[in-house]
Design a protein around this ligand. Structure first.
Ligand SMILES: Nc1ncnc2c1ncn2[C@@H]1O[C@H](COP(=O)(O)OP(=O)(O)OP(=O)(O)O)[C@@H](O)[C@H]1O
Ligand SMILES: Nc1ccn([C@H]2C[C@H](O)[C@@H](COP(=O)(O)O)O2)c(=O)n1
Length: 235
């Protein structure tokens, strides 16, 4: 039977796109010596595999049939997280606009979610057993993947702030089109919140942190404090 290390802590961080989940989770995990898992990268990886292998991502049945074929491996060092698909480095290809525009459809397919959820739970169990714990970020971690997480956090921010942050990452023509960036964020959030299986949602026992007016450092500090309080038995 798998047993967790006595001091292991499992932190679930969920929220809509661009609220700062990845940046915050990585930094918190690095500061506290925890592992880090980007579950969005896993859904992006399976989407990339579908596209690369000619599977129509709008055909839920075709996606369901193919879902078990790719082998997705996530590296959980917060200083250098990795993702491979069938042994190939997928870190670059999973960030293309094409993958971003198709990932909501692929991640809504129940067979995909079942497989990826199992993978996420096994990674979290390993981190609880062999390390001091893990920060897992996504959309349904607190509600479905790890409902017994020690600490659940739900990050939010206004659509304007999120679009401005995303635009800051883009270059040239894309960066200029703030309105298009905002519209794309809102569309993806609606699809992720509206799907039947395990939608983007705040767990009832999650702590909500509105990051609109906070710097990234302030958000990191806030989450580090929450984890430390949890570890000290104060939450
Ligand atoms: N509080 C903040 N203030 C300003 N910029 C921020 C803040 N938090 C994150 N950012 C910046 O916003 C961008 C998006 O952050 P990040 O990728 O961490 O969000 P996310 O919630 O993981 O998004 P997604 O779900 O789309 O992957 C990054 O460029 C990051 O540096
Ligand atoms: N737990 C998760 C994580 C991610 N997804 C889906 C929905 C997102 O639009 C997409 C990409 O995530 P991102 O890289 O933007 O964090 O993956 C999900 O359904 N469940």
């Amino acid at each position: 039977m798998e047993t967790a290390a006595p001091s292991a802590v499992i932190v679930a961080i969920d929220g809509p796109s661009g609220t700062g989940k990845s940046s915050t989770s990585k930094a918190v995990a690095a500061k506290l010596g925890l592992r880090y898992l980007d579950t969005g990268a896993q859904y992006r990886a399976i989407t990339w595999w579908m596209i690369s292998n000619g599977v129509d991502t709008d055909d839920a049945q075709a996606v369901a049939v193919a879902a078990g074929k790719p082998s997705i491996v996530s590296g959980t060092d917060p200083a250098a997280p990795t993702i491979t698909v069938d042994g190939l480095d997928a870190a670059g290809p999973i960030r293309t606009q094409e993958v971003t525009s198709k990932v909501s459809a692929v991640s809504a397919v129940p067979e995909v979610r079942t497989l990826i959820t199992e993978l996420q739970r096994s990674i979290a169990a390993e981190a609880a057993r062999d390390a001091d714990g893990i920060v897992v970020e996504g959309r349904d971690i607190g509600t479905t993947v790890l409902p017994d997480a020690d600490l659940k956090i739900f990050l939010t921010a206004s659509a304007e702030a999120r679009a401005a942050r995303r635009s800051g990452e883009l270059r040239g023509k894309e960066a200029a089109d703030l309105a298009a960036t905002k519209a794309a964020l809102i569309k993806r959030d609606a699809a992720d919140s509206g799907r039947k299986t395990s939608p983007l949602a705040k767990a009832g026992d999650a702590v909500e942190v509105d990051t609109t007016e906070l710097t990234l450092d302030q958000v990191i500090e806030c989450v580090v404090t929450l984890v430390e309080e949890k570890r000290a038995g104060r939450r």
